[in-house]
Design a protein around this ligand. Structure first.
Ligand SMILES: Cc1cc2nc3c(=O)[nH]c(=O)nc-3n(C[C@H](O)[C@H](O)[C@H](O)COP(=O)(O)OP(=O)(O)OC[C@H]3O[C@@H](n4cnc5c(N)ncnc54)[C@H](O)[C@@H]3O)c2cc1C
Length: 391
């Protein structure tokens, strides 16, 4: 069987590329070794957000694109992506003053084109006491603005389902083993429930998330291994201790940490810890757990936390290798193409859940030269997405 594209990985990026490719009229096969969203795409902070904090590192393009994609997803997937009010409490000795936060939120609103969902306000002092026993000492201001929350795994399944409705084939479980690439096509070998199979395609798309380098190692002839780090981010899941959504500055190191009600529980995260070794070994460490509990206890000293009911999960970011701290490295998606003029193999690394649709369109544009002319059958900015049962 010859496909236009074979996509490795059914995380959000693989599902997104498959949907965009099928909508553009191409034939597509998705290989997923485990289940949809088995990797990072079920372990994110579950926000469809503009990324307010990226303004600090001047990633204006990313923020503008994220806000645009957030607006599209709120329209396309109302059952999967819902707006919530986040609160940013600002204290006397905080790294970011009330003026800085106000300026950031104003810029955020500007970059959204003054979308009504990107407006903010400063809460009057009389309302601070209603915020779940939030620490009031040295509190100088509380800002309220909106972000969207999702179920990341459910969103990924919905996008993959949409790709299949547009004609994409899926092999799940289908473990990519190796590929031989020449100037004409790619011969791809994978293992399914029924043994080893080989298919050919014009373009092979590597959306293997933290397994990106393992996949590249299976390509013949040898490919350049991109210089990336795997940075673990952990979250804790606790009983529903808070009713409101908070965006906090960790007292330990001034990083941004979210404390968000989610599916009847409280989710708090995230951390940053270099990960070495197999991606499937990622798990929340005791230090990360203590760090997150420390943030929660600092802002909500009256909370009593039953340690028998603290759960956790850990995901891996794929970030460009650098001497900078993980927190200040770019969150832009990274692409690596084998040959700009006649691309046969592309790796899609990192990026954001929020911008998967825009990322998929960029990935397709990069490999277009090797694809035939096809008639578009749909536009992904117009396809509604709903939760699906996945068996
Ligand atoms: C802690 C954390 C919090 C985050 N929070 C947010 C957030 O709130 N909002 C946001 O927009 N973004 C967020 N992100 C970013 C976002 O979650 C990721 O960019 C995104 O999920 C990456 O998706 P992916 O498809 O590239 O990778 P993955 O989801 O990891 O998918 C890769 C898939 O490839 C499969 N695979 C691997 N090897 C093979 C093989 N050989 N054969 C077949 N299949 C294979 C895996 O099983 C897996 O399903 C966060 C990331 C982290 C780590």
């Amino acid at each position: 069987m010859k496909y236009d594209l074979v996509v490795i990985g059914a995380g959000i990026q693989g599902a997104g590329v498959a949907q965009a490719a099928a909508a553009a009229g191409y034939t597509v096969l998705v290989l997923e070794q485990s289940s949809p969203a088995a990797g990072t795409s079920s372990k994110s902070s579950k926000l469809i957000h503009g990324g307010l904090r990226y303004l600090e590192s001047c990633q204006f393009g990313l923020v503008r694109e994220s806000l645009r994609e957030r607006a599209i997803l709120l329209r396309l997937a109302p059952d999967l992506v819902k707006l919530q009010s986040l609160h940013i409490p600002v204290y006397k000795n905080a790294k970011r003053s009330p003026c800085t936060i106000r300026a950031g939120l104003s810029l955020y609103s500007l970059l959204s084109g003054f979308d009504s969902n990107a407006m903010f306000r400063s809460l009057p002092k009389s309302q601070w006491g209603n915020l779940d026993d939030l620490k009031q000492d040295d509190l100088e201001a509380v800002f309220r603005y909106s972000e969207a929350q999702t179920d990341d795994a459910a969103l990924t399944r919905a996008v993959l389902h949409s790709a299949m409705e547009l004609g994409a084939d899926c092999e799940i479980p289908g473990h990519f083993v190796k590929a031989h690439i020449n100037s004409q096509s790619c011969l791809v070998e994978f293992e399914s429930e029924y043994g080893f199979k080989t298919v050919s395609c014009r373009v092979l798309v590597n959306c293997a998330g933290p397994w990106v380098s393992d996949v590249i190692s299976g390509i013949e002839p040898d490919m350049y291994l991109p210089k990336v780090d795997l940075v673990q981010g952990s979250h804790l899941i606790l009983p529903p201790l808070l009713r409101n959504y908070f965006y906090l500055e960790a007292p330990q190191d001034k990083r941004a940490v979210f404390a968000l009600p989610w599916q009847g529980k409280l989710m708090i995260g995230t951390t940053e810890k270099m990960h070495y070794g197999a991606p499937e070994k990622a798990q929340c460490s005791i230090e990360e757990r203590d760090y997150l509990l420390g943030v929660l206890q600092y802002y909500f000293p009256q909370l009593s936390i039953d340690m028998n009911h603290v759960d956790s999960f850990a995901g891996l970011r794929v970030l460009p290798r650098s001497d900078k701290s993980a927190f200040s490295r770019t969150r832009e998606v990274l692409f690596e193409v084998d040959n700009e003029a006649r691309p046969r193999f592309i790796s899609v690394m990192g990026g954001k859940l929020t911008t998967y649709r825009a990322t998929a369109l960029m990935a397709l544009a990069k490999v277009k030269a090797s694809l035939p002319t096809k008639e578009r059958i749909a536009d992904t900015s117009q396809i509604p997405l709903s939760p699906v049962d996945w068996h």
